[in-house]
Design a binder for this molecule. Structure first.
Ligand code: NAD
Ligand code: UD1
Length: 343
């Protein structure tokens, strides 16, 4: 079975993808600098899968260490999650984001090229579609009208990968544009563990549900949508992880550069998500309605046709399951991985 190097494999999406890879029989090598994750997750991945994981504490910008990892390990393909992802932090410190995300990716690609590892899956975001088109977003729509440095790093990296492929068509690259991943592994052993106060909706809701935060602020109820709140395409992180295995199968057997949306194709409003979460958890979610958050679009959801037709990927889990699994994870890990629950 192939050996897959997973950058950012200790993070939220990376860890769930490692579980699916290991369960499918792949060998996994994680490279992570743990800047936004906890090494404890490695034990949890091993516990869920009953498999060993090789891991390296390494920053992908560290050329020497990364090169050594490529030299000493047989690597057939790379899934590249490592990156910083906070929109607000990227506005305060854009150079950090350009350095970490873009320089990191360039460094990784240089080393891949040097060692003739030319199969790559990259984590992009629906944010690259910006506000020039109307949903559902399909992969042929224009990209680049992004409103913040984080989104710009995704857009620039997509362009860098296109140029790399044009210059060396032995590469086989898939760019995945994620919509809104939520949920957690059913075991409750791995999930999203943001440091500090969450920026994203689901971890905020789960922390209100367990009483860690007092109330949620809904960012605007005056959008031109069914109930005035914003609409997003929430996808279960385990479905998202499985999408990576489909992408991997494709790059292992062909060359080219392709882009795919990973979403469900269904949009839910903030109020609908709150209601579904209340049913799934049996908890009341206190909320107030506040101002719109700058940069938010009223309605974002995917056209999933291309991923369905080319990759055979279709998300399976519904919103109820996403809420149940997010709640289970949060209940078992009140302070995320810091709780170090007994396995
Ligand atoms: P995450 O922060 O949980 O995981 C990212 C991992 O990368 C972390 O473990 C972090 O420590 C590691 N990392 C960061 N910079 C690194 C570096 N220079 N060297 C080595 N490791 C580094 O984030 P996530 O939610 O799992 O997202 C994974 C990827 O998917 C990111 O690239 C993110 O931008 C992208 N993405 C996420 C979402 C989302 O909603 N979560 C949406 C679209 C795209
Ligand atoms: C955000 C980022 C996006 C990034 C993604 C993953 C912005 C503008 N976009 O997506 O670039 O790829 O996270 O990191 O930040 N909401 C509330 N109250 C809250 C939090 C959120 O009402 O406390 C609403 C938002 O207005 C939005 C929805 O919930 O309509 C989802 O928000 P969020 O989880 O932050 O995801 P996005 O904004 O879609």
């Amino acid at each position: 079975m192939s050996n897959i190097l997973v950058t950012g494999g200790a993070g939220f999406i990376g860890s769930h993808t490692c579980v699916e890879l290991l369960n499918a029989g792949y060998e996994v090598i994680i490279v992570d600098n743990f800047s936004n994750s906890n090494p404890m997750i490695l034990d949890r991945i091993e516990k869920i899968t009953n498999r060993k994981v090789k891991s390296f504490n390494c920053d992908i910008r560290d050329e020497n260490t990364l090169e050594k990892i490529f030299k000493e390990n047989k690597i057939d393909a790379v899934i590249h999650f490592a990156g910083l992802k906070s929109v607000s932090e990227s506005c305060q410190n854009p150079l950090l984001y350009f350095d970490n995300n873009i320089v990191g990716t360039i460094n990784l690609c240089k080393i891949m090229q040097k060692f003739s590892v030319k199969k790559l899956v990259f984590s992009s975001s629906a944010t690259v579609y910006g506000d020039t088109s109307l949903p559902p977003y399909n992969e042929n729509m224009p990209t680049g009208s992004v409103s913040n440095p984080y989104g710009r790093t995704k857009y620039f990296i997509e362009k860098i990968l296109e140029d790399l492929y044009k210059s060396d068509n032995k590469f086989s690259i898939i760019i995945l544009r994620y919509f809104n991943p939520i949920g957690a592994h059913e075991s409750g052993l791995i999930g999203e563990s943001p440091s500090g106060i969450p920026n994203n909706l689901m971890p905020y809701i789960t922390q209100v549900a367990i009483g860690k935060l007092d109330h949620l602020t809904v960012f605007g109820n005056d959008y031109d949508t069914k109930d005035g709140s914003c609409i997003r395409d929430y996808i279960h992180v385990v479905d998202l992880a499985k999408g990576h295995l489909k992408a991997l199968s494709k790059i292992m057997s062909s060359q080219g550069l392709d882009v795919y949306n990973l979403g469900t194709g269904k949009g839910y409003s903030v109020f609908e998500l709150i209601k579904e979460f209340e049913i799934a958890s049996g908890k009341k979610i206190n909320y107030i309605v506040g101002e719109r958050r700058s940069g938010d679009l009223p309605c974002v959801y995917a056209d999933t046709t291309k991923a369905e037709e080319d990759l055979g990927f279709k998300a399976k889990f519904d919103l109820r399951k996403m809420c149940e699994d997010s709640f289970r994870w949060q209940t078992k890990n009140i302070n995320g991985f810091e709780d170090n629950i007994t396995l």
